[in-house]
Unconditional design. Structure first.
Length: 174
């Protein structure tokens, strides 16, 4: 099996993980699809050696985050969601439901409000909050994936939690 076929297999095996990470970072289905397309084109162009990838999910999370960061630096804009109704409610409910147990399940209205609140965070805050608190990555793992110093990650996570609390208070969800 040649390297391109191995890369195809890697992408197909982890396509759900790739999409969920891209969606969480970008905030919209269309932007997530664009991010994934850019990433895949870049991976094939660079002829990534799949045999050297020992932890594929971690590696994919890292390259998705880096591509997202590169795109944001180029655009020099913050992420905004123009219309929450444009987002696929099924995909958002699935993302939230995957992290909520039956005992903790919230109604659909609250889930949508949480999505709106998350999208009010700046990209750095949203990404560290999602990766740490939702995906369950440790600060050490985030450092390894992003090369961002642990102290910076701690600061961003603290600010993200504080900002989220203020947003939720303004929305009267807590």
């Amino acid at each position: 099996m040649n390297n391109a076929e191995k890369l195809d297999e890697l992408i197909n095996t982890h396509k759900t993980h790739i999409f969920k990470n891209a969606l969480r970072l970008t905030g919209s289905k269309e932007s997530a699809e664009d991010l994934i397309q850019d990433l895949i084109v870049d991976l094939y162009a660079r002829s990534v050696n799949v045999d050297e990838i020992h932890f594929p999910k971690a590696w994919l999370s890292k390259v998705i985050y880096r591509r997202f960061s590169e795109n944001k630096k180029r655009e020099k804009n913050t992420i905004t969601v123009e219309n929450i109704d444009e987002l696929s409610s099924d995909s958002h409910h699935a993302l939230l439901a995957s992290r909520v147990t039956n005992d903790e399940a919230a109604d659909i209205c609250t889930q949508n409000e949480l999505i709106v609140a998350m999208n009010k965070l700046n990209p750095e805050q949203r990404s560290v909050l999602l990766l740490h608190d939702v995906e369950g990555y440790s600060l050490v793992e985030l450092h390894e994936h992003t090369s961002i110093p642990i102290g910076t990650l701690k600061s961003r996570l603290h600010r993200a939690r504080n900002a989220m609390q203020k947003i939720l208070l303004q929305m009267e969800l807590i």
